[in-house]
Design a binder for this molecule. Structure first.
Ligand SMILES: Nc1nc2c(ncn2[C@@H]2O[C@H](COP(=O)(O)OP(=O)(O)OP(=O)(O)O)[C@@H](O)[C@H]2O)c(=O)[nH]1
Ligand SMILES: [Mg+2]
Length: 328
């Protein structure tokens, strides 16, 4: 069975963004540098059609430095203005103003010709849940202006923030899209924490992670879990054998001495999320050319705990627009 997570507040947020897009000059989309492809919402391309586009590869402190530049170049080649940022520490955030100015050069010139001087650039900050939109805004603005938190769905309504007389930002709730064509996209989104954990089977999640580690970071399995090169197939069954070995090595055992797969799965996912496995990127620009084929071969069985799905539907608080002025 496939899983999706598109609770009511996301559909509502999308409608709200469709209304606001008229006011916007530039759309700044945050993606997660560990999964730049899977964390890029295809719905934003439709929403932001004909707008200047900026992509920020956020959380670049958690991803593998060796692939950060390759991903930057990948998106630049597609016509986006791109920056690598760590919104938490603020590293790389300063350059974003220059990038926004560059992305809006044509608009500023059009305004100038019409005699409009210094109309602020309006930027909409978009991205999937938990990608770091509010953290980025706080870092960009230089003080806490919007609420953040390490779980998806913290921002529920929209919020305008005036950065300076030249720039206004619109923070938006994180949105996903109604259907993941490629189920590995959903699993990767879950691995980085952008999908509510209680709708996902953690064992399947850990198997996706193990398959990637086995292929691209085998040394991590050896160094952290003492798993030497194992001759197993490159599929779920093979990954499951590796998980079993991890459970045994780490003494994750059930009462009868059997490996406790659930506990081992949770441990490896936590280790990944808390960077105990090191800086890991889960997908690579070089794989993108085969993406169509990969999607076809990746249709997997994924168990879903549907009982909890309903509880994820959270209503958006209908707020009046709240403009905060922050000195730049
Ligand atoms: N390491 C690291 N953590 C980050 C970075 N940016 C954000 N975070 C963390 O990621 C978590 C989510 O950040 P938020 O800013 O609340 O994310 P959001 O995109 O606004 O989330 P929603 O409002 O739920 O859609 C928080 O725990 C942040 O501290 C970053 O660049 N590096
Ligand atoms: Mg937020």
């Amino acid at each position: 069975m496939n899983f999706q997570w598109y609770p009511g507040h996301m559909a509502k947020a999308k409608r709200m963004m469709q209304e606001d897009i008229k006011l916007i000059d530039v759309v700044i989309e945050l993606v997660d540098a560990r999964i730049p492809y899977s964390s890029k919402n295809p719905d934003i391309d439709v929403l932001a059609k004909n707008k200047s586009r900026v992509i920020l590869l956020n959380k670049c402190d958690m991803s593998d430095q060796r692939y950060n530049t390759a991903w930057k170049e990948y998106f630049e080649a597609k016509g986006y203005f791109v920056a690598l940022v760590n919104s938490k520490s603020g590293s790389g955030v300063k350059q974003v103003q220059d990038i926004v100015n560059k992305a809006c050069e044509a608009k500023i010139e059009r305004d100038r010709r019409k005699g409009i001087l210094n109309r602020p650039v309006r930027a909409m900050i978009v991205g999937i849940p938990n990608v770091g939109k509010s953290t980025f805004i706080n870092s960009f603005v230089g003080k806490a202006s919007t609420k953040t938190g390490n779980k998806p769905g913290v921002t529920k309504g929209k919020q305008w923030i005036r950065l300076s007389k030249f720039t206004e930002l619109l923070d938006t709730p994180g949105i996903l899209w109604p259907k993941f064509e490629d189920q590995s996209v959903g699993l990767r989104l879950a691995l980085i924490g952008s999908i509510n954990d209680n709708i996902i089977d953690t064992t399947n999640l850990s198997l996706e992670l193990i398959m990637i580690l086995k292929k691209h970071y085998p040394e991590v399995l050896t160094n952290r879990y003492g798993i030497e090169k194992v001759e197993v197939e490159d599929n779920l069954k093979g990954a499951s054998k590796v998980l079993e070995k991890i459970a045994l090595k780490r003494s994750c055992l059930l009462k009868g001495g059997e490996p406790d797969m659930d506990r081992a799965a949770n441990m490896i996912i936590d280790d990944f999320r808390s960077i105990k496995l090191g800086n890991i990127t889960l997908e690579f620009p070089s794989d993108m050319k085969d993406k169509a084929e990969v999607s076809k071969s990746n249709k997997k069985e994924i168990k879903v705990n549907t009982e909890n799905v309903k509880t994820d539907i959270i209503e958006v608080e209908e707020k009046t627009e709240d403009v905060k002025t922050v000195e730049a």
